[in-house]
Design a protein around this ligand. Structure first.
Ligand code: HEC
Length: 156
């Protein structure tokens, strides 16, 4: 029994000595902590673990509407532009809308949608008291022409 204990103790101490020797082999540095160096190291490490994501490509800027923005190549568009003059006070020259008037942006919207809304407002299906006086005398052709024109205004 004593032999066994002695044997066990010697084995444990042998393991202990071996591991101590291993520990000694580790480079010991008495370099003082250098914040700048450490930070550099940290940044390198961080960059290595999460590589910098590629920057998103700059989204092409939509052209800013100026001057003649719609090519008036049909009679309908010409008429539409003429009639749209009445709508500018609220919806803006380029159909951009005016928050002060609570008037939405309508430029570039689908023509069929614009037409439907104006018709509905005219019929009173969609209630819009402020716009009513401006649309009540428009003929179906006029509404269609304005819609075609507004739909061609650039959606900025
Ligand atoms: C007095 C200001 C005013 C004038 C003038 C005016 N509008 Fe409006 N318009 C508005 C307001 C306010 C709304 C939003 C109403 C609502 O909330 O229903 C609107 C909504 C619309 C809409 C619906 C937009 C959508 O996204 O649903 C269309 C289309 C429209 N107007 C077209 C016209 C046209 C065409 C004219 C010219 C004939 C015109 N408006 C003149 C104030 C005006």
């Amino acid at each position: 029994m004593t032999r066994l204990i002695v044997f066990a103790i010697s084995v444990i101490s042998l393991i202990g000595i071996l591991s101590l020797r291993k520990f000694k082999e580790e480079a010991v540095s008495n370099k003082r902590f250098n914040y700048v160096e450490e930070e550099k190291d940290w940044k390198k490490f961080k960059a290595a673990i999460n590589p910098v994501k590629k920057k998103k490509k700059a989204v092409a800027q939509a052209p800013v509407a100026t001057g003649a923005v719609v090519v008036l190549d049909t009679e309908e568009l010409k008429n539409g532009k003429k009639l749209y003059a009445k709508c500018i006070v609220c919806h803006g020259k380029y159909g951009e809308g005016k928050p002060a008037q609570k008037a939405p942006k309508i430029a570039g919207q689908y023509a069929w949608y614009l037409e439907e809304q104006v018709v509905n407002i005219q019929k009173g299906i969609r209630v819009n008291k402020v716009m009513m006086p401006y649309v009540k005398n428009l003929s179906p052709q006029d509404i269609s022409d304005i819609s075609a024109y507004v739909a061609k205004l650039p959606w900025k």
